[in-house]
Design a protein around this ligand. Sequence first.
Ligand SMILES: [Zn+2]
Length: 181
Amino acid sequence: MKILLIIDMLNGFCRKGFPLSLEDSTTKIENEIISRIREYRRNNFPFLFICDSHTMNDPEIHNPYPPHCLEGTIEAKIIDKLLPFSSEENIVRKNTLSIFFNTDLDERLSKESIEEIEIVGVCSDICVHYAAYECTIRGFKTIINDQGTLPLFYNQEREIHRMKKILNVSTVKECPMPNNT
Ligand SMILES: [Zn+2]
């Protein structure tokens, strides 16, 4: 079974005016993510939103990151465009860069007998990069969607290259959906 993980598509990263807002517009990746969600639905494959949600006591607050995506704030909310695809059941909240630490993601993946994980969202130089590493070391076939991710600081092409080279991930083009093969 294959799953789509949608990482940190929150106002605090994807909309302007917040401490960790991306400089680039996320419109293009939002459209790609919606088309991936639709494709996963068509194939009866699951998808999950992984969402930063902090308290001021979390270890990464102030070091290295400024306070951001505090729980219950507009920053920590999924962007309006993707909100209709989310429900309490398909949201996993995290309070570090790790998508597994302090979350029930491991359990959810094993319940669904997941073998392949496609990652979309932000940021390809931070959270997405660590997520790809964490999925890879757990033995999942890890797929990065280069059209569905964006970096915070660095260059997207470089980040995709780094993940391919350092983490041995695949890209979507190399891994079509089973019904398209
Ligand atoms: Zn955070």
